[in-house]
Design a protein around this ligand. Sequence first.
Ligand SMILES: NC(=O)c1ccc[n+]([C@@H]2O[C@H](COP(=O)([O-])OP(=O)(O)OC[C@H]3O[C@@H](n4cnc5c(N)ncnc54)[C@H](OP(=O)(O)O)[C@@H]3O)[C@@H](O)[C@H]2O)c1
Length: 356
Amino acid sequence: VTKNEPLRLLLIGFGNVGCQFARILTVEREQFPGLDDLNVTVVGITTLSRGSLENPEGIDLRRALLEIETAGRFQAQNPDFSSRGSADAASELEYDVLVELSTLSIDRRGEPACSYVRTALGRGRHVVTANKGPIAFAYNELRALARAHNCILLHESVVMDGAPVFDLAHFGMRGCRVLEVDGILNSTSNFVLSRMELGEHPDDAVRIAQARGFAEADPRHDLEGWDSAAKICVLANVLLDGDLTPLEVEREGILALSAKELRTARQEKKRVKLVCRAWREDGQVRAAVKLKKLSDSHPFSRIKESGGILRIATDLMGPIIVQQEAPTLYDTAYGVLNDLLLLGIKTRPSAEATPN
Ligand SMILES: NC(=O)c1ccc[n+]([C@@H]2O[C@H](COP(=O)([O-])OP(=O)(O)OC[C@H]3O[C@@H](n4cnc5c(N)ncnc54)[C@H](OP(=O)(O)O)[C@@H]3O)[C@@H](O)[C@H]2O)c1
């Protein structure tokens, strides 16, 4: 068996996903023998307000986790402690892969994450991002940059966490032209709708989603439909060759919906769902996020709580449905690990150069 090439990682962002990723690589590593081929060293971690760590030989990840868990930030006594910020780390540190795990920004059109990714690709470094911002706001530009610098941009976990959406389309549907995608893509809003049907107050449901780590840092992004808009935009750009930003997606959120409307729908044997859709129309790619009243027998009606579903219609085959039940932070961290395993294979000296 050919071992994967060693990869030095710079992590930008060390919140829910970053910490889960680090836990899997350290304290939980022995539980996951499937990761044996993974050959990574974290040489840098930066955050917005919790400090940075760097060590070209590899950061002590157990200590990094312990400091975040006990003190809420990296400690100045840590020999790996650094005052370098994220932008400087992206442009100055020696790493092979930027792992972008910072927060989605809508107001700043995906920044500063887009710039971190741009810097890394411009230096010929690969990028794995769980943050949808760069792919939703700048996919075509970033893909061209990656190609120009012979490096790879991967983003499996930006839609449905670690469920194989992009891998499925790229490796399992060769030769098919995607015509339309639709689905339920935002865990928090589906969770709130499910709980409201049972009589729970939406604020309580949001608090639970935050405690479980799947709500966006700013939950308005979930409830106003922005996270859904960013995800359908990613699918439109990557799978349908669109050139949209979330600002061009017709968007509706769930905030205006009352518990009474949900109960009435139930009496009619229907459910209200926040449905994302991207499609081709008159030579253009369009995308929308809308509240839909669906019959009980519709496959999307079966999606409870934090689950998700995506239907991919193509010219040759399908529709194919990917469904996800109760994803956790393991699913998101897995999406990142899967991308790194793929990078480890693609960057083997014997592998054909197949960037993106
Ligand atoms: N949680 C999930 O289930 C899930 C699923 C799929 C995708 N994602 C995506 O994965 C990313 C990370 O999610 P998360 O749940 O780990 O978020 P989080 O817990 O809010 O952590 C975000 C991390 O990014 C850092 N950060 C924020 N703004 C930054 C900036 N401008 N520059 C550098 N670092 C910055 C934060 O710094 P501080 O620590 O100083 O605040 C924090 O360490 C997000 O883009 C999210 O949309 C999450």
